[in-house]
Structures are given as C-alpha cells and as structure tokens.
Design a binder for this molecule. Structure first.
Ligand SMILES: Cc1cc2nc3c(=O)[nH]c(=O)nc-3n(C[C@H](O)[C@H](O)[C@H](O)COP(=O)(O)OP(=O)(O)OC[C@H]3O[C@@H](n4cnc5c(N)ncnc54)[C@H](O)[C@@H]3O)c2cc1C
Length: 573
C-alpha cells in the first residue's frame, strides 16, 4: 500500500476495477491538469464561478454516473451510487480545490431527500436532470437556527385549492444559485405540524436569490421563498419520515467530507516536501533538519491513518442494513476525526514551509484558508462528538457477533443508504468486539501502550463513569467523547492495516501519535474542574503512558517513503 499512499496524478491508480469508473477519475485529473495551476489559482482568488468545471461534468456525464442509483440508470452500466467511488472522486476534486468538491458535496445532499422520498416522478426527473448536467442543493439550514433544525421556520401553507404556498428563508445553501432541484426542508402549516421536504428551483420568480454569503468561488446561498407555489408533484416526503430523511441525508453527506480533507492535505504535502527539500539554509536542506523530518513524519503518518480509517469505514457503510447500523458510529467519527486531523496535518506542514504557504501561486495558500471548513459542515465537531457518545457504553461493554465485513470495492449501488429507516434507536446499536484486532497487533510496542491506555479508560467508564451532571455538561462530556473517538479511530485503522498488509513499522509509528493524542485528552479531563478523584487518577495514568521511541524506525520511514516524494508531483502550470 504505501507506494501509492498519497494520490499521485502523474501515475494515478484508481481503487475501482472497471474501466468506466477509472475513466471518470482519469478524465477529472486531466481536466484539472490541463486547466493548470495558474488558472486554477487565478479563478480561486478572483472567485470565478466554475462554469468550465460544470461544462466538463456535463460533457462527461460524471454526476449522472456517480449520483444516479442503478435503479434509475436507464441502462447506463456506469451509473450507480457507490460510496467508495464517490469518496475517491471527492478526494480528487478536493486535491484541486475544496470549492469544486463542495459543488459535488451539496449535490449529494440535495439528492438525498429525492432518492429517499416517495415521489417517483421527482426521482425520474432528477435522473433526467443529472444526464443534462444539473447540480443540486440541500435547503435545510436557516440563519437563526444553526444545528437546531427543530426550530425550522420555513412553512408550507394550504392555498385553499389543494396546493400550498412556501414561505421562509434559507441560509448557507450550497449551489442555491443554479441547482435545478433544491430539496427544501420546512413544516406544514396545516395543523399537522408535519415536517416536509419539497423541491424548489432557482429560476422561479418567487425564489429570491439574495446573496452569496461567502466570499469564495462556490455559491453558498441565502434565498427566500415568497408564496412559492408547491403542488403534490413537488413534495418529496412528509411527516416523521421527512425528519428521518434530513438526518439520514446528513449521514451520507458527512461521510463524504473526510475524503475532501484528505485530498486537500495530499496536495499540500507535495508542495511542502518540494519546498523543504530544495531550500538551503545555513548550508543544509531544510528537509534535513531533524525537527522538520519529525514534522513530515507526523504529517505523513496522520495522513496515512486518515486514509486507512476512511477506507475501512466505507466497508461498514456499504454493508449496512437494519441489522447492522455500526456506520452510525463510524460515519460521525470519520467526520470529526478525519477533518480535524487534516487541520493538524496542514499546521504541521505550514510550520515547515512558513512564508511559502502565503504565496498566491501555491495551492497551499488556498488550502490554508479552506481547510477549516470541513469540520464545521454537516454538524460541528461538538455535535458529532455528542452523537458518538451515545454509542460508548454498548461499544465497550455490550459487544455482539457479526460476520466479518470484507473489503468492499465491488461495483454495486449502495441502495440501503436511501432506506436507512427511522433515525432513532441509537442506544440499541451494537458493535463487534474491539479487543481482538488490538490483541493481534499487541506485539507492536506502541499498540501495546495504546492498549494500556484504552484499558484504563474502559475501567474508568466502568468504575467512575460520568455522573448525570457531568453527562449533561459538554465541557466534561466532549473530551470524554473525543477520547472514545480515538479508540474507534484506532480500531478501524488497525482493521484496514491488516487488510492492506501494512508494514509493521508504519503501524507502530502511527500508534506513536495515537498514544500522544490519547494522553492529551487524558490531560484535558484531568484538568477539568468537575472531574472526580477516581476519574483524575485514571486520567493521570493515561497521560503518563508515552510511546516507546524508536529513532531508527522513524528515520527509515522518512527515508523510504517521505524523502522520495520530493519532485514526485507538481501540478502543471
Ligand atoms: C460554507 C458552509 C456551507 C454550508 N452548506 C450548507 C448547505 O448546503 N445546506 C445546509 O442546509 N446547510 C449548510 N451549511 C450549514 C451547516 O450545516 C451549519 O453550519 C451547521 O448546521 C452548524 O450550524 P452553525 O454553523 O450555525 O452553528 P450553530 O448551530 O449555531 O452552533 C453554535 C455552537 O453551538 C454548538 N452546538 C450546537 N448544537 C450542539 C449540540 N447539540 N451539542 C453540543 N454543541 C452544540 C456548535 O458546535 C457551535 O460551537 C453550511 C455551512 C457553511 C459554513
């Protein structure tokens, strides 16, 4: 695996087996490389709406192939909704700019309520529009309500003739300037109190496109509906299933964010290693300075871990069913860990290349402003940590038997995503035993250290679990949730490392930073004013466990995998 760990446009190796999917990836890379770095960055700095990109997508039928479930494919063998393929495509888009990725991301979200809904005509219309090169939007958020979607104000009121009039204002709606179908969330104003998803279109005169609320290439719309007429044809889904659809759509969308963050830092890595390896200070290459090598190593290992986690979590999502909802833990963990790890990777690299990262002809300068976005989309880090905490007790103390999930890269449509069912019942979701995969790697010293930490954490949860007050206080509950997330993250990393037969030294060095991160959360809880004595004792133990240094191992990874990346890739000018 490590030889193609970082996406390499010059010798691209797709995970996909069939030629149709490989062509999507290769053509997309060619589109951006032909556009060239100068134009890519000029368009970014001048906030140019990416018409050329949309024309390319239309010509090559790319969104049609990636975002039409096989059932509506009308015979096109390349059409399917395949999470592994969409993740790979997201990584490529973000490698060239998060703005391009965002257009894909919000189209995914916009299509969620359509494919999940009850309206067959709307589904056929979406399939046709995808073929015509349309983009889509998800109109959930409102300016005053943020994460609190219970408070949605947009209303559908009866017009007295069997139809409805939509009124309300939406904020932060990507593609809201050109989406042919905006899946808009509101409440029925007919006494039922039902939630509802209905379709609006930016061309309608009662759809007021107020402004782009960001100063970027992508369009994040504020739009208002003024007595916008809605008929049965426009209603996608009503009642409690509309509510579930909102959450289930976000379950899909949030899993597509990690690959975006991965793509961004991969491109940054190439720029950073090229810069540091060819810059001489005090008579030596910057890349020969020990702390610089350490920074690169840490960044590369974190990036490797991000990719391992995302790959394995994809298998669980693709194999999900009503009986196996483990993805409900693994998806938000991807969302909050992979995106925040990417922020850390960028910081490590930025400390190395320093002023260079500000120069407007670098991809880095663009990434440095964009990288903070992904962790805030589809629920903030806090919201996702609160969510995953709900699984913590079942994860640690109530494991269940499951057949082993195999690596899943086959060309099939992930149709379960559109029938996830009621969003409730999280407390009933059970997980396979986390311990065996750790035991299988326990001969690696840093995995061994990590096991010590996690056992201490587990015993703390058993003997001194958060009390009711601590549970309700996010300033205490969030670091506990973050600590839990490190264990889940580590588990899937090890599972994927086994599937990939990853070299032991790389796994051991990944667990060097995992142990340090675990200890960091220990310190946070230890210092929390409401931590009890037994909890402080446990956290003191956890934070005093340090990774076992192995200088030779770290050096050889740097020499074998990181140094050769110098000059391996530079975007065409
Ligand atoms: C660039 C961009 C694009 C977007 N695109 C879309 C889009 O296309 N469609 C769409 O519908 N929305 C979109 N959004 C909205 C996005 O989903 C919201 O930003 C998100 O729901 C959080 O809302 P908020 O940022 O207003 O934060 P708020 O909800 O106002 O949160 C404020 C603070 O409270 C914390 N908080 C909130 N709830 C909880 C909780 N339960 N537990 C613990 N802490 C909590 C948050 O973490 C945060 O620190 C976009 C946002 C941005 C910035």
């Amino acid at each position: 695996m490590p030889d193609n760990l970082l996406m390499q446009p010059n010798h691209y190796r797709s995970l996909m087996a069939e030629p149709g999917s490989r062509a999507i990836m290769e053509k997309t890379i060619r589109f951006f490389e032909n556009k060239g770095k100068t134009q890519l960055l000029e368009d970014f700095w001048n906030r140019v709406w990416y018409r050329d990109f949309l024309d390319f997508l239309k010509k090559e039928q790319i969104f049609a192939k990636l975002l039409t479930p096989a059932e509506y494919a009308d015979g096109d063998p390349d059409c399917r909704w395949d999470t592994a393929r969409n993740n790979e495509f997201s990584e490529i888009l973000a490698f060239y700019g998060l703005g391009y990725w965002y257009c894909f991301q919000v189209s995914i979200l916009g299509l969620g309520p359509i494919w999940m809904g009850d309206n067959e005509d709307a589904k056929r219309k979406a399939a046709r529009l995808l073929k015509e090169g349309a983009i889509f939007a998800f109109g959930l958020s409102e300016r005053d309500h943020g994460a609190d979607i219970y408070s949605t104000e947009t209303r559908l009121s009866p017009d007295g003739e069997g139809r409805w009039l939509a009124n309300g204002e939406k904020y932060y709606i990507g593609n809201g300037n050109e989406a042919e179908m905006v899946s808009t969330f509101g409440k029925m104003d007919d006494g039922s109190g039902d939630y509802v998803f209905f379709v609006t279109n930016y061309r309608h005169k009662r759809y007021e496109l107020k402004k782009n609320i960001v100063s970027h290439q992508e369009y994040v719309a504020n739009f208002a509906l003024h007595d916008y007429p809605i008929t049965d044809d426009d209603i996608l889904i009503r009642g409690s299933r509309a509510w579930d659809t909102a959450l289930n759509t976000v379950n899909i969308g949030k899993f597509n964010i990690g690959p975006g963050s991965i793509g961004v830092v991969e491109h940054c890595f190439y720029e950073a290693i090229n810069q540091a390896s060819n810059r001489t200070l005090y008579g030596m290459h910057v890349s020969d300075m020990p702390h610089v090598q350490k920074g690169f190593l840490d960044a590369w290992l974190r990036l490797t871990a991000m990719k391992l986690y995302q790959r394995r979590a994809t298998d669980y999502f693709r194999n999900a069913s009503n009986e196996d909802r483990r993805y409900l833990l693994y998806n938000p963990t991807s969302k909050m860990k992979v995106t925040t790890q990417a922020e850390q990777v960028l910081m490590l690299l930025w400390n190395i290349i320093a002023a260079k990262g500000f120069e407007r002809d670098t991809y880095f300068s663009m990434a440095a402003s964009d990288i903070w976005g992904p962790s805030k989309l589809e629920g903030t880090v806090h919201v996702n940590v609160q969510l995953i905490r709900k699984f913590m007790m079942n994860y640690f103390f109530n494991p269940a038997d499951y057949a082993e999930i195999k690596a899943t890269l086959d060309a099939r449509s992930d149709d379960y995503l559109f029938r996830q069912g009621p969003a409730k019942g999280l407390g009933k979701v059970r997980f396979h035993d986390f311990a065996p995969v750790f035991s299988r790697h326990s001969d690696l010293p840093n995995v061994g250290r990590f096991i010590e930490q996690l056992e201490r954490f587990r015993s703390m949860l058993q003997e001194a679990p958060p009390n009711e007050i601590q549970d309700k206080d996010p300033s205490f509950a969030l670091p506990v949730g973050e600590m839990f997330s490190v264990v889940v993250y580590a588990q899937l990393i090890l599972e994927q490392a086994s599937l990939d037969k990853l070299e032991a030294p790389i796994i051991n060095q990944i667990f060097d930073f995992m142990v340090r991160d675990f200890a960091g959360f220990g310190l946070e809880i230890y210092g929390n004013p409401s931590a009890g004595e037994a909890q402080r004792d446990a956290c003191r133990d956890i934070m005093c466990i340090r990774p076992l240094p192995n200088r030779n191992e770290a050096d050889s990874i740097f020499q074998q995998y990181i140094r050769p990346l110098n000059g391996a890739y530079e975007m065409r000018p």
